[in-house]
Write a protein of this length. Structure first.
Length: 442
């Protein structure tokens, strides 16, 4: 049985994201005094007294706005409501009951989901008297809390967990492949996520910078493989980002998404070619040791002849030499062209990143490689590699025991990597080498 989903909804600027961050125990949702900061749903796994659940933060619901972006925010909240098990309906205890609160309450009643009315910004015991006004919403007993100082959090969580099954009935989550979708702004990341999911789970807009938060969505493919796909904000050049701006926090979150993923989809705009920023983003993925798939989007918008694709691959290999291991997939998220190949490449890269090689076979290949090309010598001393063993996966990490690690030249290490790849594959994943010296030569 999967963990219950709890959606945090309400009109803008009632403190939903502050509550979400307190529950998550870290700054996941972007918090700023400007209404409408949280645009997309954000997910976090939470636990209280052995009860495990997933909390969904949403953008503020403005029921009567015709603004396109606010309308999309409202749709995102509606999707969260449709998919959740319990709704936490947040209102502002300081501002009092508003007409928009009434409209949101009417919308929630139609969902036929359990709704808990949470009166936020009740910062002291005296302010609890203002909670009774919200009985007029006709949506149940209000619970007054303060997301800032954690007042009455225990009462709220106890009431929330009453809606959940007994913790012993909650099964453990199966291992899922974590996919981070990264790239420059407006390269089609959200469109690709939506195409893979087959529904509008992430806001899509032609305005660069629409996705501010990294958004986790769990899904299962036709073969029963579980995934968590993470859509992220576009990563711009540092000098284009104002210090302490909202976008800066979004980019930190995009980089954090790379840190916690299993496979990164590095999106490149086919109409722009490989840019310097593409190289920097791919470089960060490589530095973190993540398996990767290079996805060339908007391929439908490129004029082609018989050699166009091969030429683009050559451009990628020339500009992203450090990521020669990554497969390249040409797609159109708009039309769906070859999008089915993306998950196929993800599965392959993940399998290679988690692959282990036996010590005996590894050393056979190492011996053959040294016989074919002798290790380098410096100042009359030659590098000796005694043996190697695989220490870890994700990325595959090899420890080589040598006489002097200073004698290992970068070019020879690359040669050994090439030999390992030739023998074992490891397509889609970087390899890591660790040198350890043996004091006594054998």
């Amino acid at each position: 049985m999967s963990k219950p989903l709890v959606a945090v909804v309400g009109r803008p600027n009632v403190g939903k994201s502050t509550f979400f961050n307190q529950m998550a125990g870290r700054r996941i949702a972007i918090v700023e005094d400007t209404p409408g900061v949280t645009r997309d749903r954000v997910y976090a796994d939470c636990e209280w007294q052995n009860y495990k659940f997933t909390l969904i933060d949403t953008g503020g619901i403005d029921p009567n706005s015709d603004d396109p972006l606010l309308s999309q925010m409202r749709r995102q909240a509606e999707i969260a409501i449709e998919t959740c098990d319990v709704i936490l309906f947040f209102v502002d205890g300081k501002a009092g009951l508003t007409a928009d609160d009434q409209d949101v309450a009417d919308m929630l009643r139609k969902s036929r989901k359990p709704v808990m009315l949470v009166v936020n910004k009740v910062d002291n015991v005296k302010a609890l008297d203002g909670v009774y006004e919200f009985y007029n919403l006709g949506i149940g007993d209000p619970i007054g809390i303060s997301s800032v100082n954690l007042l009455n959090f225990g009462d709220l969580l106890e009431a929330l967990c009453a809606h959940f099954p007994d913790p012993e009935e909650q099964g453990e989550e199966d291992g899922a492949i974590q996919i981070a979708v990264v790239g420059k702004p407006n390269v089609g990341k959200s469109s690709l996520v939506n195409r893979i999911l087959g529904e509008d789970r992430v806001m899509v807009s032609d305005i660069a910078g629409t996705t501010r938060d990294a958004i986790d969505t769990r899904f299962t493919d036709a073969d029963g493989q579980d995934y968590v796909i993470i859509d992220t904000a576009g990563i711009r050049r540092k000098r284009a980002i104002e210090y302490q701006s909202l976008e800066r926090y979004s980019i930190v979150r995009a980089l954090a998404a790379i840190d916690r993923c299993d496979v990164a989809l590095v999106l490149i705009d086919a109409t722009q070619g490989v840019t310097e920023q593409d190289s920097k983003i791919a470089g960060y993925v490589d530095e973190q040791g993540k398996a990767a798939v290079i996805v060339v989007n908007k391929w439908d918008a490129v004029e082609k002849d018989t050699g166009t694709m091969n030429e683009f691959v050559r451009e990628i290999r020339e500009n992203l030499k450090f990521m020669a291991y990554a497969p390249v997939v040409f797609i159109s998220a708009l039309t769906g062209q070859r999008v089915n190949k993306v998950l196929e490449a993800v599965r392959g890269a993940y399998a290679e990143a988690t692959r282990r090689v036996t010590t005996g076979l590894l050393n056979d290949i190492l011996a053959d490689a040294q016989a074919a090309l002798q290790p380098p010598a410096t100042s009359g001393r030659r590098l000796k590699i005694y043996y190697a063993t695989q220490q870890a996966v994700q990325p595959p990490t090899f420890v080589m025991f040598v006489n002097d690690q200073n004698l290992m030249h970068f070019s020879y290490e690359r040669y050994l990597e090439g030999q390992f790849r030739k023998a074992f594959g490891f397509n889609g994943t970087p390899l890591k080498f660790i040198l350890r010296e043996r004091k006594k030569e054998e």
